[in-house]
Design a protein around this ligand. Structure first.
Ligand SMILES: Cc1cc2nc3c(=O)[nH]c(=O)nc-3n(C[C@H](O)[C@H](O)[C@H](O)COP(=O)(O)O)c2cc1C
Length: 405
């Protein structure tokens, strides 16, 4: 059965949902699937914007057949040459051998690396500002390198003011029949997953996102169509403002993310006691995570959201407890910056974790270490409570001071 929807006159969503995939990029857990969006424009000329993952091929081809009614496909525009969007280029070229496949030099280079089909005769090379006229609709090419691959492009549809934004503004979470932001409770159903998607997948490329913002600032945008998740047409500023913040590495909120590693529960106990003390000092948004339990992508997402961080972990084989080591490595790789951080180590005979965590945070940009970093000796005793009180005082003053400003 076909499954399509007209999103604007002559423009259709023709994508599919995958609720079986365990992990996006085989890396990020999906609790509610993901959608692969693709768009068909049926004007005097016909055009498809991006394809979909292999997982939804049957549905996809059925959707296209239903809408095309035997028409020829004139253009297949490839904004992103990642396999979850390119799984059907070969199928479409086979079905529509005269189709012009639209991309840039880098897109075709990547196509040739991933696939065996020779599409040289179909290639149509485009660059910044080029326009493709379909009749009533006109697509302007915006290059968006490294948001989040080098070949990425976006298209601005000039008649309706639609931005086809490749992966930008996307989210984990399959679609539910409510395709538009005003049809779903976006803030409750998608926003956290959208942040997790941004932080983990696009997060490293804040400067490149800012550069796209500069390019599109003069366009009147009425709708944003991402390759994953709902379409924005009513509260565009919600996602645009968040993307602006996220890509500048500015926290959305004052709050504290405490993430700890612990084998025997002693570091966990200290983290919980600190959280309790912060709560009693009036700090409102406190999140506590066990790095061995919660997937790093969720912790990274909250690190993007909040202003203050506390990392606590034991020494392990004269190094840093592995899950914390891994999390800090991911943070550095994603370019996390501009946060205030407190550090607590733990050791039983020879300390390394405290020093290593301090080094890791110091190597990230503008991470200010606040309070007195200290090292627990196996278990924090009641007569050492002052250390925790002092740290809680400093963190609470910093959070509440910023909140009051
Ligand atoms: C495999 C292993 C290696 C460890 N390596 C060190 C070490 O190099 N130096 C040290 O002082 N403690 C080491 N420890 C001990 C822990 O760091 C220490 O007991 C800590 O208090 C554990 O914190 P927790 O109670 O929160 O799990 C090691 C423990 C394990 C299980």
């Amino acid at each position: 059965m076909y499954n399509v929807r007209e999103i604007s006159p002559q423009i259709y969503w023709i994508g599919g949902n995958d609720r079986r995939l365990e992990q996006f990029e085989n890396l990020f857990p999906l609790t509610n699937g993901v959608s692969y969006n693709s768009w068909l424009i049926l004007d005097e000329k016909t055009a498809i914007i991006d394809t979909v993952d292999d997982a939804v091929t049957d549905q996809y081809l059925e959707n296209i057949e239903h809408l095309m009614q035997g028409r020829e496909l004139d253009y297949l525009i490839i904004n992103h040459m990642e396999p979850d969007h390119c799984g059907n280029i070969e199928n479409l070229v086979r079905r529509y051998p005269n189709v012009k496949v639209v991309g840039n030099k880098k897109s075709f280079q990547l196509f040739n690396q991933f696939y065996n089909m020779d599409i040289t005769d179909n290639q149509m090379l485009v660059g910044e500002g080029d326009e493709i006229s379909l009749g009533k609709h006109n697509l302007k090419i915006i290059t968006a390198p490294m948001v989040h691959w080098p070949e990425v492009m976006m298209n601005y549809e000039t008649t309706e003011g639609i931005l086809f934004a490749a992966d930008a503004f996307g989210t984990f979470g399959a679609l539910t029949g409510n395709l538009f932001d005003d049809e779903v409770d976006y803030r409750n159903l998608y926003l956290d997953e959208s942040r997790r998607y941004y932080a983990n997948i696009v997060g490293k490329f804040g400067a490149q996102v800012q550069s796209v913002f500069r390019k599109i600032s003069s366009f009147k945008i009425n709708m944003i169509c991402s390759l994953h998740g709902p379409i924005f047409r009513s509260d565009l500023n919600l996602i645009l403002d968040l993307y602006d913040k996220w890509s500048k590495y500015e926290p959305e909120k004052e709050g504290v993310v405490i993430f700890y590693g612990s084998m025997y529960g002693n570091t966990a106990n200290t983290a919980d006691a600190l959280a309790n003390k912060l709560g009693q000092r009036g700090v409102k948004d406190i999140r506590v995570y066990d790095v061995s339990k919660t997937h790093p992508s969720y912790i990274i997402s909250d690190i993007w959201k909040y202003s203050h961080l506390v990392a606590a972990a034991p020494t392990y084989n004269m190094g840093l407890y592995y899950p914390m080591d891994n999390l800090l490595h991911e943070m550095a790789a994603l370019g996390v910056k501009n946060r205030k951080v407190a550090i607590i180590g733990n050791h039983s005979w020879s300390s390394a974790a405290q020093k290593l965590m301090t080094e890791r945070f110091s190597s990230m940009k503008n991470m200010e270490i606040i309070g007195e970093t200290f090292d627990i000796k196996s278990r924090l005793k009641d007569d050492e409570e002052q250390k925790l009180d002092d740290l809680a005082d400093v963190i609470a003053a910093s959070v509440l001071g910023n909140t009051e400003e």
